[in-house]
Design a protein around this ligand. Sequence first.
Ligand SMILES: O=C(O)C(=O)C[C@H](CCCc1ccccc1)C(=O)O
Ligand SMILES: [Zn+2]
Length: 336
Amino acid sequence: MGSEKKGWDYSQLRKYDISLEQIPRLDYQDPKVDELMAENEPVVITGSKLVKSAEKWNLDYLEKHMGNGDFTVFISRNYKFKYYDEKKILQKLPNNETNRGVEFTPPTKMVEMKLPEFIKRLKEWKRGDERLYLQQGLNDTVGPAIVRDFLKFDWDFCNSIQKKQNWGPLTSNHLLIGMEGNVTPCHYDEQQNLFAQVQGYKRCILFSPDQFDRLYPHPVYHPHDRQSMVDFERPDYSKFPKFKDIKGCETVMEPGDVLYIPIYWWHQVESLMRGDHTITINFWYKNGPTGPITYPLKSHHKVAVMRNVEKMLLEVLHDPKEIPPLMRALVLGRYT
Ligand SMILES: O=C(O)C(=O)C[C@H](CCCc1ccccc1)C(=O)O
Ligand SMILES: [Zn+2]
């Protein structure tokens, strides 16, 4: 992976007991890019100017031009920033208990912070301090210069991909500014994603949707819905035995690289340890129409089916504890 000219080395990558291939890196003009994307396969697209207008976004520039609005910043006492859905923390479940007394303590704190304060804490951070991760939807509240740079993104490039791949509308762009060593643990999203690296080096580990039974996602009603329960650094093989067989792919993103993260593909993202802070802009698109269904169903369709079964069962059974016995009665000795 990478050659001597690369701006990072292996000691900056966290060690996992996972077999990983390389995600192909192809020039944006290579027709193979469209072929891989059409197959919902990940690919690193190099040489595009998608976010070239943001390559000057160093911290001083951002501080000067990012307006004085509040930005969403997550604070973690360790290096992990596991996403949680606030709406699912206090949801009234069908049996009218709030999460049946299952207490959920958010693993990170979400605060609103002015950019100068975030940058100050970034510059003064030392090992042992709380880590910060700015994750802000880009909208018109950011300063005019940022909007100008944003408007200068190579929209022809991503619009042409959106058209070629018959995707739905662009739903959001997120500005992500992470500290060295920050990790977004393994999860999947339900949108197509063009992940554009602006500053710093980010390692992206991806798994196909067919690895679903090896990654043990939290139940759909859980605040950590769509996130894997497996701690990659200390996997509990007794609880998650199939994790041993996991197969994935990875890449280390360099400034200017654009990674296509296909819808439903699992991904873990880490800012290289002892590296610079990282800046990423993601482009989330709704998926296009499914087109003709072929059988057997594709694995990402099966994920969508399983999500619907979970939601329906919870709706009718009211109590998640009733789900395993019913599923076992349905399958064991009958479909196995
Ligand atoms: O782009 C993706 O899908 C990633 O997972 C990138 C990941 C952070 C995502 C944070 C986030 C969570 C929910 C809403 C908007 C943004 C990273 O780069 O650390
Ligand atoms: Zn994601």
